[in-house]
Design a protein around this ligand. Structure first.
Ligand SMILES: C[S@@+](CC[C@H](N)C(=O)[O-])C[C@H]1O[C@@H](n2cnc3c(N)ncnc32)[C@H](O)[C@@H]1O
Length: 194
């Protein structure tokens, strides 16, 4: 499945970072966990571009069923799980990623603690999500244009760049950095497990 136009800039940056992480590993492939994978777009893309082995989770059965139909390789595994209660052993993954999903996770603290737990020492988290602090993003303006509705419910749920940075640092990630895309609609946040 194609990435959306507004996702390509930061997903490209994410892939570059993952390729660098992959270079650090000798003769083993990067193991990546995608939390809130939906129908699997990012997970499949990351496997194709980085060659990493991707596990992707989402609590919605129908989305995981659709994702499984799309994946034509056993190097991408999809499971029904919630990010705040993961069924993986400690220190399983090199990287945790998430695309446009963290704002939907109601138990943020447990989600970030679980991400830390399943990351190996030296592992990294990368979160791409909408930038909040505005009443409406361009996509919500489109909702008005196409569906004649005023949709701002989601926009108010989004993290500001500062809040996402603070939440990652508070959870225990080190070297937290957040950057916006050119349109300042989406951000890429990253942090390290020390
Ligand atoms: C806007 S969709 C994004 C899906 C996908 N990452 C993409 O970009 O196409 C947000 C996803 O977060 C998932 N989600 C919500 N709560 C979750 C949780 N507790 N754990 C994992 N995923 C969750 C939803 O089921 C949904 O598939």
């Amino acid at each position: 499945m194609e990435l959306l136009e507004n996702e390509t800039e930061l997903v490209k940056k994410l892939c570059k970072r993952l390729l660098l992480e992959g270079d650090k590993k000798q003769n083993t492939r990067l193991s990546i966990l995608d939390i809130g994978c939906g129908t699997g777009k990012l997970a499949i893309h990351l496997n194709e571009v980085t060659g990493g082995k991707v596990t992707a989770i989402d609590p919605v059965h129908e989305r995981i069923a659709t994702a499984k139909q799309k994946a034509h390789t056993n190097e991408v595994a999809f499971e029904v799980q919630s990010a705040d209660k993961l069924n993986f052993a400690d220190e399983t993954f090199d990287v945790v990623v998430s695309l446009k999903a963290l704002h939907e996770m109601t138990n943020l603290w447990d989600t970030l603690q679980e991400s830390l737990r399943v990351l190996k020492a030296g592992g990294k988290i990368f979160v791409i999500d909408w930038i909040g602090g505005v009443t409406r993003t361009r996509s919500h303006s489109n909702a008005k244009k196409y569906f004649a509705i005023e949709s701002k419910a989601h926009a108010t749920k989004y993290f500001t760049m500062k809040r996402l940075e603070d939440e990652l640092a508070k959870a225990g990630f080190a070297e937290v950095r957040v950057e916006a895309n050119k349109e300042c609609e989406l951000m890429l946040a990253e942090g390290d497990k020390t």
